[in-house]
Design a protein around this ligand. Structure first.
Ligand code: ASP
Length: 369
């Protein structure tokens, strides 16, 4: 008996992380949902009242969809999936129906989902016919032994699991197509910048434009008309949620970046880069210049600051965005911890974002001020 007790206490002592991450007693007053619909050059000057209203409407619908699930005792995982699906189905955001076009004129989408209690995760990349990539990411997490599936393989898997498949043309929107034409035209005039992952080289390019960002600490400058600086609108969508059981979840979905090439995959489907959730720290979903977010492992970086440095969430999130800014990247993120603290920092000019709390009070924000 003594031996057994000793063994038991040793096991408990050795696994503090696991015990912390366990489901807590239900408490409906803690439910929280935070969303984003992308960061970038989003200013009042570039907005019309009609456009602003349209964005606000879909962001509100997305919040309400997730809130309804959390309110009736559903899980954070169900909430983030439902929330992201609303934004995927809207042509306004760069995810699902509104996905941007690749250089070849295709729509190739990436998505990821993660559960904070179990650290289970699923993601898909480069998919072209799955109506809701976020649901495919969840299927990978729950119905396969893998974490990430790409391209035709992911699509075969989604078909096998009975997910909704649509013709590739479903993702065509005139506005995104025009955006690609503009990018192609500008590329023709400016030459083909080959600086997808080389900020130092970019700094040496002959035609330069200074990075204008709040953090303002970008090293060097970026080439004008770089395929990623064109338009500078990252319309990726994401959600993080806390349910009444104290469990966190995160989800992100995107069409990537206009004019992307060669099977390029961004940060969104990479666990720890664009998406991360751990009950021991926080849930994070990102939007921005994916190459930088991958290299800075942004989502995990925020979680690590919270977990290892015991930083308050807002400080951790801001420090990571500042780090991205110093590297020369831009964008933003949403983060949420188990106490219901939330953060929505960004170093671009705006970020579609919002949150809703247990009492049903919500807020939707677009601009910096
Ligand atoms: N982060 C996304 C990517 O690089 C783009 C976005 O946020 O819209 O694929």
């Amino acid at each position: 008996m003594k031996k057994l007790l000793f063994l038991l206490s040793t096991v408990l002592l050795l696994s503090p992380a696991v015990s912390q991450a366990q489901t807590a007693a239900p408490d409906p007053s803690r439910i929280t949902l935070v969303i984003h619909g992308g960061a970038g050059t989003i200013t009042r000057a570039l907005m019309t009242p009609e456009k602003e209203k349209a964005y606000q409407q879909v962001l509100d619908q997305a919040l309400q969809a997730g809130y309804a699930i959390l309110k009736k005792g559903g899980t954070s995982l169900d909430a983030v999936e439902a929330t992201v699906r609303v934004m995927e189905d809207s042509p306004l955001f760069n995810a699902g129906k509104g996905a941007v076009f690749t250089h070849e004129g295709r729509n190739e989408m990436d998505a990821a989902i993660m559960e904070g209690q179990t650290l289970k995760a699923g993601s898909v990349a480069g998919v072209t016919v799955i109506r809701n990539p976020i649901t495919a990411a969840r299927a990978v997490m729950e119905k396969s032994e893998h974490v990430m599936m790409v391209g035709p393989g992911a699509e075969t898997f989604a078909k096998e699991k009975g997910l909704e498949i649509v013709p590739a043309q479903y993702f065509y929107t005139e506005a995104r197509h025009q955006q690609l034409q503009k990018a192609l035209q500008e590329e023709k005039t400016a030459g083909t910048p080959d600086q997808l992952n080389a900020p130092t080289k970019a700094a040496e390019a002959p035609k330069k434009v200074k990075m204008k960002m709040k953090a303002g600490k970008a090293q060097g400058s970026l080439p004008e008309n770089n395929i990623f600086t064109e338009g500078k609108k990252y319309g990726t969508v994401g959600a993080v949620a806390l349910d009444q059981f104290g469990n966190l979840a995160a989800a992100t979905s995107t069409g990537g970046m206009t004019n992307k090439r060669y099977g390029r995959v961004g940060d969104a489907p990479i666990i720890g880069a664009g998406t991360y959730a751990d009950n021991n720290s926080c849930a994070v979903s990102c939007t921005g210049w994916g190459e930088y977010f991958i290299r800075a492992t942004v989502a995990r970086d925020v979680a690590a600051r919270v977990e290892y440095q015991q930083k308050p969430l807002a400080q951790a999130a801001q420090a990571t965005i500042d780090k991205v800014g110093k590297m020369g990247g831009d964008g933003g993120l949403i983060a949420l911890d188990r106490q219901g603290n939330l953060a929505m920092p960004f170093n671009s000019e705006g970020m579609y974002r919002g949150f809703i709390k247990a009492d049903g009070k919500s807020q939707i924000l677009i601009y910096k001020d």
